[in-house]
Design a protein around this ligand. Structure first.
Ligand SMILES: *Cc1c(COP(=O)(O)O)cnc(C)c1O
Length: 405
């Protein structure tokens, strides 16, 4: 029997292409989409279906630190796709062994085990479950303005009411404290707390970096109260902030480290890195069918190689490049002295521009000038360009900002 259902209403006046119309007719509806169809990318450039070129400061929302069509990622994926794509973790695998070895080499000291998964939210779910197992406690302290993903555990830690309210009741035992407020942490982290979960820089929440000393004090507090520190580096990881992981800036080593987004050059992959305060995890206590699949692992190895390699021409690694270009970009934006700008915040190429008004018109005007960027809340413009963006491309972004701001 055919069941007649209402077609989702496509905002057809805005749709520019048949592609967009076809997608809008059948997509879930949970995304607020821009009327733009992207069909190709190269480095920090994107092209739409009409051949228009854009400079990409969306950066796959953090998944494209290596840029688009990075040759090393393309080669690794092509080679591995012809050899083996699926291999669940009931077996060992050569690519997975290689990735786990490389991850343990580059991770903060002691985080030498990893649970491999497929997204940021899954990395957070794993961290929350491991924290419960390791401590025998159930409380979680997270931060106001924090973002950790959309699955029910990660959502329980996420602050934004618009994301949470429709799904209540969420998981009990989650408390939210003001970010960068040590006194509030002292109050909230108790002997019932399994974990304190923080981003080293709040990304979605408006690009708010941790104050100097905050993460180190949080780590000390967790140790003294028998709680674990989970850092969410899903957005800040893999060179974005000028170091491979943002916690390196503060010399802080978490007990569990959630990573994803740019972990595998844009391929879906996440991981929860596990430190020594988490004991042995029993077989069957967690799992994932796609986790650690050889295709993603091959991309992950290639991504780590690309991120740790020093360019012989510039003497610089990609994280170092992010630090240099990010400092330049923030100085340029501050130097515009634009009346519409309240504050410029960030680290490396994770840059937030707090505006005096709404960000949406600014995003539209940038797009009209060939620059794609992101919001972080209602009033913050967020720039997440690939770390391979050229000086010329970044100068064009500044030119567009000069005109728009
Ligand atoms: C994007 C993001 C997540 C969620 O990652 P998904 O892959 O979308 O599930 C979690 N934490 C932070 C900090 C993020 O930026």
């Amino acid at each position: 029997m055919m069941i007649q259902t209402a077609q989702p209403q496509a905002p057809s006046s805005q749709l520019q292409s048949e592609i967009a119309a076809a997608e809008a007719a059948h997509t879930s509806g949970v995304y607020s989409k821009r009327p733009l169809t992207i069909v190709r990318g190269q480095g920090a450039r994107l092209w739409d279906d009409e051949g228009r070129e854009y400079i990409d400061c969306v950066g796959g929302q953090g998944a494209a630190n290596l840029g688009h069509a990075h040759p090393a990622i393309v080669a690794a994926l092509s080679e591995q796709a012809g050899r083996l794509i699926s291999c669940p973790e009931i077996f060992y695998n050569d690519r997975r062994a290689e990735l786990l070895t490389r991850l343990a080499e580059v991770a903060p000291a002691g985080l030498d085990r990893a649970f491999l998964c497929n997204s940021g939210a899954e990395a957070i779910e794993a961290a929350l479950k491991f924290a419960r197992l390791a401590t025998g406690r159930t409380g979680v302290v997270a931060a106001m303005r924090g973002f950790h993903g959309r699955t029910l555990g990660a959502l329980s830690a996420t602050w934004n009411r618009d994301y949470r309210t429709p799904f209540e009741p969420l998981i009990p035992g989650f408390a939210h404290v003001p970010y960068n407020d040590l006194a509030a942490l002292e109050q909230a982290v108790t002997d019932e707390t399994a974990a304190l979960l923080l981003e080293p820089i709040q990304g979605e929440g408006g690009v708010h970096p941790a104050a100097a000393g905050y993460l180190a004090a949080a780590a000390d507090l967790c140790r003294s109260r028998g709680a674990l520190l989970i850092l969410d580096e899903v957005q800040t990881g893999f060179g974005r902030t000028g170091r491979l992981f943002a916690c390196e800036h503060d010399g802080v080593i978490p007990d569990l480290l959630a990573i994803a987004k740019s972990m595998a050059g844009g391929m879906p992959m996440g991981a929860c890195l596990i430190g020594p305060r988490v004991g042995r995890l029993a077989p069957l206590s967690h799992g994932s069918t796609f986790g650690g699949n050889p295709l993603a692992c091959a991309a992950g190895v290639a991504a780590l190689d690309a991120l740790t390699r020093v360019d012989p021409l510039t003497g610089e690694s990609l994280p170092q490049r992010a630090a240099r270009l990010g400092a330049w970009l923030m100085a340029e934006i501050r130097g515009l002295n634009a009346a519409s700008v309240r504050e410029v915040r960030g680290r490396g190429l994770l840059v937030g521009v707090e505006l005096r008004g709404k960000v949406t018109p600014v995003l539209q005007q940038l797009q009209a000038r060939g620059v794609l960027a992101l919001p972080a809340g209602m009033t913050v413009l967020r720039l997440l360009p690939p770390l391979v963006i050229t000086e010329d491309e970044l100068a064009r972004v500044v030119d567009a900002l000069r005109e728009v701001l």
